[in-house]
Design a protein around this ligand. Structure first.
Ligand SMILES: NC(=O)c1ccc[n+]([C@@H]2O[C@H](COP(=O)([O-])OP(=O)(O)OC[C@H]3O[C@@H](n4cnc5c(N)ncnc54)[C@H](O)[C@@H]3O)[C@@H](O)[C@H]2O)c1
Length: 332
């Protein structure tokens, strides 16, 4: 039996909890949250215990995994505490809010010799996994161009997202998913140009980003967390290669609370015929959590969501914020 402590009783704590619940021989030992009512609610929903801090959970429970789902500015202290206790760590994206923090996390994890995976969900989301399979398998020929989008209303369940010191803005909140995915497809980014909207606190909350890769591919990213009320959570991917193209369009409800009820279409364009390739039916969050659990069980380092990959995605996202501020291209 593997025991998990979930740090954060909010939107992602709930989502990760629902995934662990579906796995055999995994027990959720408790939830941590800053708000008493919220963490109590989660503990009741999952028939488990609740703690006011990571330290309190570690004192009381002999867990194998610490799953960190707290606001991003807390990543370094949370990783520090979990790693000092020798626990395997699943860390929600982005890995950190700046490169100095990302280096601290890398050094803590290496010096303590613990397992850490950053939860870059798209590496497990069936349509993105299929897109990677098609591109890496050469089905589209040499890839030339791509575009990716992630746009939604302001998250209504939390107050910290508009604060750049806690979230990093839309490039780190949303587009870091797409950037990490495109880095996986196209290799190392070379240069980033961006423009967009900055909120009163200084966060870039709506961005157009153009990333040029060393491989020659260029990708335009579109991210917004300030769409008007009623706008559905939307994600899109298009890839054009010499021998074909693909498109994925997904529109859910207010947010990603019920992916199963979303409108979703994945189309491959090849030899003049649009087709809809068969996709895995495993939910992306469940795929991500079960991969991590399998790695921990086998004592194997995860090959997806590594610190190096997530730091490259962070570096690219930070370059977008810098370019939006300066109006100039930024080398990655
Ligand atoms: N992969 C995805 O699809 C996805 C989606 C949303 C959020 N996220 C990521 O998940 C993480 C959490 O986001 P969320 O939307 O669930 O946030 P949230 O605000 O809903 O939940 C945050 C939780 O952290 C707790 N918390 C805050 N400060 C704390 C502290 N000092 N000690 C202990 N607990 C504390 C809060 O009480 C709350 O329970 C972030 O890293 C975010 O980037 C990922």
């Amino acid at each position: 039996m593997l025991k998990v402590g979930i740090i954060g009783s909010g939107f992602m704590g709930l989502t990760h909890g629902n995934a662990y619940k579906q796995l055999e021989d995994v027990e959720i030992a408790g939830f941590v949250g800053a708000g008493e009512a919220n963490r109590r609610k989660r503990a009741q929903e999952f028939n488990t215990r609740e703690y006011p801090s990571l330290d309190a959970l570690l004192d009381a429970e002999d867990v194998d995994i610490i799953d960190i789902c707290t606001p991003s500015h807390l990543n370094v202290p949370m990783v520090q505490t979990a790693a000092a206790a020798g626990k395997a760590i699943l860390l929600e994206k982005p890995v950190a809010l700046n490169l100095d923090e990302a280096e601290q996390i890398r050094d803590i994890v290496h010096s303590r010799g613990v397992t850490l995976m950053v939860a870059h969900l798209l590496r497990f989301w069936p349509e993105y996994v299929k897109a990677r399979e098609l591109v890496a398998g050469g089905q589209l020929g040499t890839p030339r161009l791509a575009s990716a989008a992630r746009i939604c209303q302001p998250p209504d369940w939390a107050t910290w997202y508009p604060d750049p010191a806690r979230s990093g803005g839309v490039a780190l909140v949303l587009l870091v998913h797409d950037i990490d995915f495109c880095n996986w497809l196209f290799g190392a980014p070379r240069e980033v140009t961006a423009a967009g909207h900055q909120n009163a606190l200084g966060a870039w909350d709506d961005l157009h980003i153009l990333v040029r890769y060393h491989s020659g591919v260029s990708v335009s990213f579109r991210g917004s967390m300030i769409m008007p009320a009623g706008y559905p959570f939307t994600m899109q991917l298009r890839v054009r290669g010499d021998d074909g193209g693909l498109e994925y369009i997904f529109r859910a409800g207010v947010n990603l609370e019920d992916p199963g009820s979303a409108q979703s279409e994945f189309t491959l364009y090849k030899d003049g015929v649009p087709t809809h390739p068969e996709l895995s039916t495993v939910d992306g969050y469940l795929g991500e959590i079960s991969y991590f659990v399998e790695c921990v069980r086998a004592g194997r380092a995860p090959e997806l969501g590594t610190i190096e990959e997530s730091t490259l995605a962070l570096r690219t996202a930070l370059a977008a914020n810098e370019s939006a501020a300066s109006g100039k291209p930024v080398a990655v």
